[in-house]
Design a protein around this ligand. Structure first.
Ligand SMILES: Cc1cc2nc3c(=O)[nH]c(=O)nc-3n(C[C@H](O)[C@H](O)[C@H](O)COP(=O)(O)OP(=O)(O)OC[C@H]3O[C@@H](n4cnc5c(N)ncnc54)[C@H](O)[C@@H]3O)c2cc1C
Length: 468
């Protein structure tokens, strides 16, 4: 297409991740004309599925939680199959060089046990029973206490205006990491907590932002409750984006990075290398760190730019280790484990639904572990061997995906630096005139998850529809 070929649609969507595609789908369902401009030659963004022979490997998102109804709805509507991920067998916890197996409790119990009033009663009981339970009493109490305190604090933050919370300035002036230092002085408790949260938020993020982020989950106890009722896509997580894209047909244009957006009182012009699109409105469905790379004319207001500048991405690697079968199941193990080892905070069973191969998958925080790929592989395999026995040392294949290397991804997740929310007094989702924002970072529910990306996309589409 030549540059002077100006195309006209009702709405341009920048970004062909799950969020942008969900926005487009909703607009098309309401009779609007759209174009989705995706920078990469593929759709799916942070969902990326690779095949090793017949075996599906997710290099980005893997799991879908039961609470993410919108993902189930879109999957059903587009013929994408989900299955319940294996949760049978013991879960392993490796702390202080000791591996213990246990079966997970439920989230209600977690929240109840974390209640400060119950802690004095619980302490002697846990001391007595800790030799049979997976964790020392103090570690368990600290983790449960921190979870309960976070849930309680998060409930005090107004979702649509966190800067109006009681103590907002105080909460925004300190990092999430400094709060964790106080709440979790026991190194084992801190590691366990971090292993659960690896990849969601940088420690340097503002405590106020962390509470806003966690508030979109409802209760964080539900995540710590464990791997039951967790689902995966039979054909890999990218299937959802691919199916949405197929349904949108030639409205999705890949290999089209947007570099600038001109704003007029009556519309917008969105510029790619080869084409320009004129539209009433634009939905920018990329991370705030990515928006920072777009040129706006006229420029976005300073408070919006503050949020983009303050976005701190979290980088990480996804590892998939492939075996001929999920051998750990024969030993009564679920394949899921948390550790206190910096380099490998956790692993989970990501084997295909039919169990025709065994896959252990893990998230490796980008700022931990060795920079040398060979050394990293040796560490990961040595940890998996400690957890699951000698067969783990001899995989058929070992894959690593470093998301820091992925162009246009801007990190796995992220958070706002201290002071950003109280100084900008706006959220990353707040539109600027005819420019609307989607992407998981703007979600009202389940920020950080595919469910959040979908919610954000559909919410931005609803904003456009409501504007007429
Ligand atoms: C390793 C990893 C593991 C994860 N695990 C899970 C999990 O198990 N469960 C879960 O629910 N979530 C998980 N997530 C999070 C989930 O993948 C994301 O929340 C979700 O995919 C984000 O979707 P999005 O559409 O908001 O953003 P993205 O997927 O990032 O999509 C944005 C798109 O915009 C494109 N783009 C960027 N700049 C431009 C531009 N200038 N012009 C045009 N296009 C542009 C990008 O190429 C990208 O395709 C994981 C993420 C990672 C990285």
């Amino acid at each position: 297409m030549s540059k002077n070929h100006l195309r006209r649609v009702d709405t341009v969507i920048v970004g062909g991740g799950v969020s942008g595609l969900a926005a487009a789908r909703r607009l098309v369902d309401h009779g609007r004309s759209v174009v989705v401009l995706e920078a990469l030659p593929r759709v799916g963004g942070r969902t990326l599925t690779k095949r090793e022979g017949e075996t599906v490997l997710d290099e980005g998102a893997t799991l879908i939680y039961r609470a993410h109804d919108n993902a189930f709805r879109l999957a059903r509507a587009h013929g994408v199959e989900l299955f319940e991920s294996n949760a049978e067998g013991r879960f392993l916890l490796h702390t202080a060089r000791t591996t213990r197996g246990f079966r997970y409790g439920n989230s209600r119990a977690m929240t109840l046990f974390g209640a400060p009033a119950l802690r004095p009663l619980l302490r002697p009981i846990l001391r007595l029973t800790s030799r049979w339970t997976a964790l020392p009493a103090e570690t368990m109490l600290q983790v449960l206490g921190a979870v309960s305190a976070l849930d309680k604090l998060a409930a005090t933050i107004p979702a649509s205006a966190p800067w109006t919370a009681p103590d907002a300035n105080l909460l925004d002036s300190r990092t999430f990491g400094s709060w964790l230092d106080e709440q979790l002085p026991d190194p084992g408790a801190r590691q366990l907590f971090e292993a659960n949260f690896a990849g969601y938020l940088p420690e340097t993020t503002s405590l106020l932002f962390a509470l806003h982020f966690l508030g979109t989950w409802g209760s964080i106890g539900s995540l710590l409750a464990g791997p039951a009722q967790v689902y995966r896509f039979r054909g890999g997580a990218q299937e959802l984006a691919l199916a949405l894209s197929r349904s949108l047909s030639d409205r999705v244009v890949v290999a089209s990075p947007v570099h600038s957006i001109t704003r007029h009182s009556a519309g917008v012009v969105v510029h790619c290398a080869e084409t320009e699109f004129e539209a009433d409105r634009v939905i920018v469905a990329i991370s705030p760190a990515g928006v920072q790379h777009l040129r706006f004319d006229p420029e976005l207001p300073q408070d919006r730019v503050t949020l983009q500048h303050a976005w701190q991405p979290v980088h990480g690697r996804k590892v998939n280790i492939v075996y001929d079968e999920p051998f750990w199941r024969q030993a009564g193990l679920s394949g899921s484990a948390l550790t206190d080892l910096d380099a490998v905070p956790g692993l989970l069973d990501a084997s295909p639904a039919d169990g025709n191969a065994g896959v252990l998958s893990g998230y490796l925080p980008g700022d931990r572990g060795s920079a040398d790929p060979g050394e990293r592989r040796r560490t990961v395999l040595s940890v998996s061997t400690t957890l699951f026995g000698p067969r783990a040392a001899e995989p058929l294949h070992y894959h690593e995906k470093n998301w820091e290397d992925e162009p246009f991804a801007y990190g796995c997740e992220g958070g706002l630096a201290v002071g950003a929310l109280t100084s900008a007094r706006r959220l990353p989702k707040t539109p600027v005139g005819r420019v609307h924002f989607a992407g998981v970072e703007t979600a009202d529910a389940w920020m950080g998850f595919l469910g959040g990306a979908i919610q954000a996309g559909e919410r931005a589409a609803d904003e456009v529809l409501a504007a007429g």
